[in-house]
Design a protein around this ligand. Structure first.
Ligand code: SAH
Ligand code: SF4
Length: 387
């Protein structure tokens, strides 16, 4: 069986190259061809010896998920639906902004965690994505955006400057594959992104926050969504396994252990003044979905400040993005502003995430893809609704 080169980080590629009797520098060349230049045809890798190209044609592939749909929202947000076999499709979203381009990447087909307000959770779960299926989203997006991974030929800038693991699935529930994919994102011969520009978002798989800190520290976002266990148990059920005290302790460990890699702050971003004093891994970003009448009251904001005062953090408030039969409503702008102001008054950075791409169901929490559900969650729900 030929191997899929998209599955390999640099070390695994070096092992593969050695196994077919080639010198180590060939691994670097291959890494650059596949990721940097987005080439999947060995015949076009012109600086590889003909004999090596023939060997590769037998032993290896660059196997990509195929494209099922490609939609662009009025605000320029673009969403791709990629086929990952057996009736499953995953979604990837590109969000262009003035001074950055963010790719939102999926880590699983569906999600097993069932947060109450999330459309992905509602779809059920099929399986973890492989490394090639995770990194294939980045490969595809670069290709579809008409660029190689290095730069926009006109400006010299990259098209995809930031990656957030905030698509379908819980990245820390697919730990090994996600970490290998992260290594490829950071690899200078592949996508060369800095650790500050790659963010893993987790609903709170505590032991794997610690493993991420040890194995591949990148920027960390934690889906908090509630200031106490009673409410969080209801909104984010994984809280019953790892309650807030344990989650916040892991966040503190993450920040304390993060090596400082210096670097300049991202110009123009919100919270820029604050960031100037620190590198982005000096803090954890707490995501907080704003659900009308559920978690958006001033008392919730004050309770949040009390529980997070030991962890260097900033808050990203996400107005809830509705989907059919969610049972929740988005907090009004006044409620969001009032909540934000309480955090700001306490000297905590708090931004409000702008809704992007909601007309193509590409906003946070709206990614549904095509999930051949193995948990029979949808069936169970329908039975509950009928009962
Ligand atoms: N599973 C990971 C990453 C994917 S979700 C996690 O839960 O962190 C990315 C973010 O979108 C999370 O903060 C998630 O809680 C939030 N989200 C989910 N559903 C949403 C919705 N309907 N509206 C707004 N944000 C939502
Ligand atoms: Fe899964 Fe994240 Fe959605 Fe929760 S919010 S169901 S962890 S994708």
């Amino acid at each position: 069986m030929p191997v899929n080169l998209l599955d390999f980080d640099s070390k695994q590629l070096a092992d593969f190259v050695a196994s077919v009797g080639e010198k180590p520098f060939r691994a670097r060349q291959l890494m650059r061809w596949v990721h940097h230049f987005g080439e999947s045809d060995f015949e076009r890798m012109t600086d590889l010896a003909r004999s090596l190209r023939a060997k590769l044609a037998h032993e290896a592939l660059v196997a990509l998920p195929s494209l099922l749909a490609d939609s662009t929202a009025a605000d320029g947000t673009r969403k791709w639906l990629l086929d990952v076999g057996a009736g499953n499709g995953i979604e990837t979203v590109f969000i262009p902004e003035a001074n950055r381009g963010t790719l939102c990447v999926s880590s699983q087909v569906g999600c097993a965690l069932e947060c109450a307000f999330c459309s992905t959770g509602r779809q059920g779960f099929n399986r973890n994505l492989g490394v090639g299926e995770i990194i294939g989203q980045l490969w595809w997006a670069n290709r579809a955006l008409g660029r190689d991974a290095r730069s926009d030929p006109a400006t010299g800038d990259r098209i995809i400057t930031n990656i957030v693991m905030m698509g379908m699935g819980e990245p820390l529930a697919n730990f090994d594959n996600v970490v290998t994919a992260l290594r490829i994102m950071l690899d200078d011969n592949a996508y060369g992104l800095s650790r500050r520009r790659v963010t893993v978002s987790t609903s709170g798989i505590v032991p794997n926050i610690d493993r991420l800190r040890e194995e591949c520290p990148v920027a960390l976002a934690v889906s908090l969504h509630a200031p106490n266990d009673a409410l969080r148990d209801r909104l984010v059920p994984i809280n019953r396994k790892w309650p807030l005290a344990q989650l916040l302790a892991a966040c503190k460990r993450y920040v304390e252990a993060a090596p400082h890699d210096g670097g300049t702050p991202e110009a123009g971003s919100l919270g820029e003044k604050w960031q100037r004093k620190s590198s982005p891994r000096d803090f954890v970003t707490f995501e907080y979905v704003m659900l009308a009448g559920v978690n958006d009251q001033p008392a919730h904001a004050r309770e949040l400040l009390r529980i997070t005062d030991e962890a260097p953090c900033k808050f990203n408030l996400i107005p809830f993005n509705p989907f059919p039969q969610s049972g929740f409503e988005r907090s009004g702008p006044d409620a969001v502003r009032r909540f934000q102001q309480i955090l700001l008054d306490a000297g905590v950075v708090a931004t409000v995430r702008r809704t992007r791409g909601d007309d193509i169901e590409g906003a946070c929490g709206q990614l549904a893809g095509k999930v051949n559900d193995r948990t029979r969650r949808r069936e169970r729900r329908q039975t509950e609704v009928r009962a």
